[in-house]
Design a protein. Structure first.
Length: 242
């Protein structure tokens, strides 16, 4: 799976944007949007960095890849920087999304109202369960997985979201790639095997919770709520277990 490639559209003479910078652009955009909604017209790099949770030097370097350097003593124009980042992320276009798997997670994603305001439109829902096929969810009729390729082509889908059970994730992924999908958002707990020209972004909620549990446990130890020896039962020694 190839997920660490610099980004720049073909024909653009500017240097490619590092993947780490691309990953932070949505964070900057979210912080800027909140500032714009609050009526803020200009913002310093220090203020924006604090709102985004990064260092100001890193933020300035990231924004320099967009050709945005701000004005000394003034900072960045909020509306213009929103436009620059949105353009770089491709949010000025209408991206058509299909959700494959209409269980609890798929339904929640389909009903989420924030996609449209960010340039994404869910245009197709696909599932294999007979009780779901033909049902209407979030205003869309659920199509059969048997017709996946035809549905993707007919709806002119650009991005596919996988919210299927783990055991079928790779098979569904193979069909999506075979149907021409090159941008996949993976909500399954699987590492998908895809060609190098296919971009997969993985959303692993359980891993994120485990990371939070790790930090919560360390904080509890530091605060004396638990002792280092109380962080869990030690496994039995192998000889004793046998």
């Amino acid at each position: 799976m190839s997920t660490h490639r610099p980004h720049r559209l073909p024909g653009d003479a500017r240097p490619a944007i590092p993947e780490a910078t691309v990953a932070r652009l949505p964070v900057y955009l979210r912080a800027l949007t909140l500032q714009a909604e609050a009526g803020v017209a200009t913002i310093s790099s220090e203020e924006l960095a604090a709102a985004a949770g990064v260092g100001s030097a890193k933020l300035r370097k990231d924004l320099s890849h967009l050709g945005s350097y701000g004005t000394r003593g003034v900072g960045y124009e909020v509306d213009y920087l929103i436009y620059q980042i949105s353009r770089e992320l491709g949010l000025s276009q209408d991206w058509r999304v299909a959700i494959v798997g209409v269980g609890n997670l798929g339904r929640a994603l389909a009903a989420y109202g924030g996609f449209a305001s960010r340039g994404f439109r869910v245009v197709a829902l696909i599932d294999s369960h007979p009780d779901l096929v033909g049902a209407r969810v979030a205003g869309l009729r659920v199509a059969s997985a048997d017709d996946l390729e035809q549905v993707l082509a007919g709806a002119d889908v650009h991005i596919a979201v996988l919210a299927v059970p783990a055991e079928s994730a790779q098979q569904v992924c193979d069909r999506l790639v075979g149907a021409g999908m090159s941008s996949l958002l993976n909500f399954t707990p699987c590492v998908l095997d895809v060609p190098d020209d296919v971009m997969v972004r993985k959303v692993d909620l359980s891993s994120e919770l485990q990371i939070l549990a790790f930090h919560q446990q360390r904080r509890a130890v530091q605060e004396g709520v638990i002792s280092p020896g109380d962080t869990g039962d030690e496994p039995e020694p192998l000889a004793e277990a046998l």
